[in-house]
Design a binder for this molecule. Structure first.
Ligand SMILES: Nc1ncnc2c1ncn2[C@@H]1O[C@H](COP(=O)(O)OP(=O)(O)OP(=O)(O)O)[C@@H](O)[C@H]1O
Length: 579
């Protein structure tokens, strides 16, 4: 069932709405045309035979004096019905074919089936359709079947590819483990998950089927007299094309326009199916909030040490909010958050899952999800206003929990590390490589020369994390945002990454670490913000917050840290093991 967000996204797409209107006009013509124009379309008038366009006959008349415009309008119904029938035949045959192929377990048999499908797909569908139409005999019904069978392999390929990818998902494995029959797994677990794409393919194929059926009728293999579709009207119009060109124009324009509106509609349905478009508004940039809005409110603020007005701020965030549209209305996962990060300081953002930590970091980095509406009164990095900048090139480096997310699996490390240097700093390939190599040395990666030539999958998790930190180093960004940088790593590698971040801090980089783990925050951070439900509920120097938490939620987070030998406070104080 289409969700309301899906429908809303569709109606926000102007091209989609125009295509839908176009389709509605064609459908109306198909319904009403034969009712109102049948008489003019079939009335023979020898005195007007072969006439050009006139006030009485806008598109002229055919050999028997019948009005071409009326015939074009009346032909809409048959043309459309045949195209839709052919598409349905193609859909049913193609889905059955694709699903059957996807259900073959034996790899070799499956490869053979897939290769056969590829061979069939190599034949142009119109040639296959002509071949089948000749075997079935001329007529509209045969043309629809011929086109349906000729187009079916295209559906089969789409279904096979989609079903193969869905069948690798965990829930399909789970269904198999539960002992469900193969047929049931296909129909209940796989087909519903490919249905959306199939609908889109169906709309797109209607325009293809219309062209093929018109071509068959044009060649005399499709609709036969006394019935007529746009293809057969083209044939009769062609005889008098030089004397009455308008007679060809009508059906030709209808074929093209109908094909286009169905094609555009299919594409618009596909676009609306992308959840990234399910937005009420999609601002590309941070928008400054109107002045005078309620400021951010922190429940518990620990008194900070005096800071000098001249102290260099790497990041200033004021009243940052993120709103996301959902089926039940808008929700605000980040609500009026304000904070600062100084040069050479590590700020921790801590909170349970869903408290808004990552969205805060992503909004600062300019990579919030497209459907999120991000507003702020101020966002400055190294003194530079970022509110009007859609990108933060050269200003922020980001380290993610799983470095595979930040490293492109298809590119060598050297390419990834040097491309931004070349694009944003204008370095030559050699200079950029040297800088990248030095950055890899700085993060203590072993054999950096070899690593440069490797792909991310050839490195261990810890190495990949070092590379993502090095990517920040190489750009010499003033700010590093690290979202759960140690969560996916083993304890030893965790300690190494924390030590690396300390080195960066010592060099003057401002660092924001997002974590749900108070232990990690205690290890490295100077100050900490505690987030709950999108708001900052407590903040202060890390020792203060960890030793005398004011908010019960902060206390709960602290209690969640394993306390193996009851040596409370040891993990707060930057232990030797990790320094
Ligand atoms: N793209 C998105 N679309 C819809 N909701 C989202 C999206 N991204 C995040 N959210 C929602 O926003 C809220 C905050 O998410 P966020 O990722 O910032 O949480 P978090 O505190 O970082 O949690 P975690 O540690 O689990 O990543 C969550 O309720 C999440 O479901």
């Amino acid at each position: 069932m289409l969700s309301s967000l899906y429908v809303r996204a569709f109606f926000k797409d102007r091209a989609g709405v125009l295509a839908l209107l176009g389709v509605l006009v064609v459908v109306l013509l198909a319904i009403l045309g034969p009712i109102f124009a049948q008489d003019a379309a079939t009335r023979i008038d020898a005195s007007a035979a072969g006439g050009g366009s006139s006030a009485a006959h806008w598109l002229g008349t055919d050999d028997l004096g019948r009005d071409v415009l009326a015939r074009t309008i009346v032909a809409t119904r048959l043309s459309l019905l045949l195209a839709i029938s052919a598409t349905l035949i193609a859909g049913v045959v193609g889905v059955a074919w694709g699903l059957t192929l996807a259900s073959v377990q034996h790899p070799r048999m499956r490869a053979v089936g897939s290769n056969i499908l590829n061979v069939v797909l190599a034949f142009p569908p119109i040639i296959v359709a002509i071949f089948i139409a000749v075997i079935l005999g001329v007529g509209g019904r045969s043309a629809a079947i011929a086109v349906g069978v000729a187009v079916a392999p295209r559906f089969a390929r789409v279904v096979y590819t989609l079903a193969s990818s869905v069948s690798a998902r965990e829930y399909v494995h789970a269904a198999r483990v539960l002992g469900l029959s193969r047929r049931r797994v296909l129909l209940r677990h796989i087909l519903p998950n490919v249905a959306d794409t199939l609908w889109i393919a169906t709309f797109l194929e209607i325009s293809g089927a219309l062209l093929f059926i018109s071509a068959l009728s044009f060649l005399g293999l499709g609709v036969q007299p006394l019935a007529f579709d746009w293809g057969s009207l083209l044939t009769s119009g062609l005889d008098n094309m030089y004397t009455t060109p308008a007679a060809v124009l009508g059906p030709a324009v209808m074929i093209v326009v109908t094909g286009l509106v169905f094609g555009f509609l299919g594409e618009a349905v596909a676009r609306a199916g992308n959840p990234q478009r399910w937005a009420v508004t999609r601002p590309k940039r941070l928008s400054p909030r109107s002045a005078g809005g309620a400021g951010s409110e922190v429940l518990h603020e620990h008194r900070l040490a005096e800071t000098s007005a001249n102290e260099e701020m790497v990041l200033r965030v004021e009243n940052l909010s993120v709103t996301i549209p959902t089926e039940d209305g808008e929700f605000c996962p980040v609500n009026q958050v304000s904070f600062e990060v100084r040069k050479g300081e590590v700020l921790g953002i801590v909170g349970e899952s869903g408290s808004g930590k990552s969205l805060t970091a992503m909004s600062i980095a300019g990579i919030a999800p497209a459907q999120a509406q991000v507003v702020a009164d101020r966002l400055e990095i190294a003194g530079e206003d970022q509110l009007d900048k859609p990108r933060r090139a050269g200003q922020v480096a980001m380290v993610f929990q799983d470095p595979m997310n930040s490293l492109n699996p298809a590119l060598r490390i050297t390419t990834q590390m040097t491309e931004s240097l070349r694009a944003h700093r204008g370095l030559t390939a050699a200079a950029a490589s040297l800088k990248a190599l030095n950055a890899l040395r700085d993060v203590h990666l072993t054999n950096p020369e070899t690593r440069m030539r490797q792909y991310p999958h050839e490195l261990s998790g810890g190495m990949r994390q070092r590379v993502s930190v090095a990517m920040g180093l190489v750009m010499s960004t003033p700010l590093l945002l690290a979202d759960e940088p140690t969560t996916a790593l083993d304890v030893t590698t965790q300690a190494q990454v924390i030590s690396l971040l300390r080195d960066l801090r010592a060099e003057g980089m401002g660092i924001v670490i997002v974590s749900h783990d108070m232990g990690v925050i205690g290890e490295i951070c100077d100050r900490v913000l505690v987030m709950y439900g999108g708001r900052i509920v407590e903040r202060g120097l890390v020792e203060k917050v960890l030793t005398s938490p004011q908010h019960p939620y902060t206390q709960t987070l602290i209690d969640a840290v394993p306390d193996i030998d009851d040596d409370s406070g040891r993990w707060l104080g930057k232990t030797e093991a990790t320094s």
